[in-house]
Write a protein that binds this ligand. Structure first.
Ligand code: 6PG
Length: 243
């Protein structure tokens, strides 16, 4: 049976509460699946505290590291050793300390260009999923983490960019970014991101207030078009929520 779609906003006090709530949701999500688990991480600054928490004793010991596969929703097309690389950030903060190497699935950036990288990652995702077509009753990911950029982008799906309209491919190359850092990107597409039990946006800080306000009025922005086939949660701190 297809999952029921649900959208909710949860407002918490501050960034620390946001990280704790996200970590608890991640553990709860893991707890609903006794088999292989797929988590799609995100880049940017918002998830850093969550990643630090996952590296702490209290959380790390609760994660069945052998069963969890870690993917990334978008990547800056820079070498894996570059501090701008999204997966490198997650690896440095927690993955390399706990996750077996073959459970970490970075988007390759040591290939000719973002399109080649997108094709390679799409092949990897399809091989992990075991099919070329996404079945709504069998989501690709248990959990997809997301952030929201100042222009309403999410992953590397920027407003009015062709990747946003992609319906067939799971991953797309983005030759130029709309915001800093201005490096080419590789991004999962809306259908691939939607194929999850839960999509969890983390939105923190006063500088996010304007875009949150805009999102409540402009349905066409990418962060409004990225929705799970199951549950979508906007986890927002007071500073971003305002009011
Ligand atoms: C990236 C991201 C991007 C990010 C948003 C929010 O590569 O930059 O994946 O989509 O999530 O831009 O970024 P902050 O968390 O830094 O505000």
């Amino acid at each position: 049976m297809p999952m029921a779609q649900k959208l909710q906003r949860i407002v918490v006090a501050d960034q620390a509460a946001l990280a704790t709530t996200a970590a608890e949701r991640l553990l709860a999500r893991i707890g609903t699946n006794a088999w292989r688990i797929a988590i799609c991480l995100t880049g940017g600054s918002s998830p850093k505290q969550l990643y630090q928490l996952l590296a702490s004793d209290a959380y790390a010991k609760q994660i069945p590291w052998d069963r969890v596969h870690w993917f990334i929703g978008d990547e800056r097309f820079v070498p894996a050793s570059d501090p701008l690389n999204n997966m490198a950030m997650a690896r440095k903060i927690f993955l390399d300390r706990f996750a077996p190497k073959d459970r970490i699935h970075p988007i390759p950036t040591d290939v000719a260009d973002p399109d080649e990288s997108a094709q390679a990652y799409e092949r990897e995702l399809k091989s992990f999923y075991g099919a070329d077509d996404l079945d709504p009753v069998r989501p690709l990911f248990d959990l997809v983490l997301m952030g929201v950029g100042p222009d309403g982008h999410t992953a590397s799906l920027f407003p009015d960019y062709p990747a946003l309209a992609e319906t067939k491919h799971w991953v797309a190359g983005v030759p130029q970014a709309h915001v800093e850092p201005f490096v080419p990107r590789v991004t999962l597409t809306l259908p691939a991101l939607a194929s999850c039990r839960e999509m969890l946006f983390e939105v923190a800080g006063q500088e996010k207030r304007a875009i949150l306000d805009k999102l409540s009025k402009d349905e066409s922005l990418p962060a409004n078009r990225a929705r799970s086939l199951g549950e979508t949660v906007f986890l927002v701190d007071q500073a971003a929520a305002g009011g």
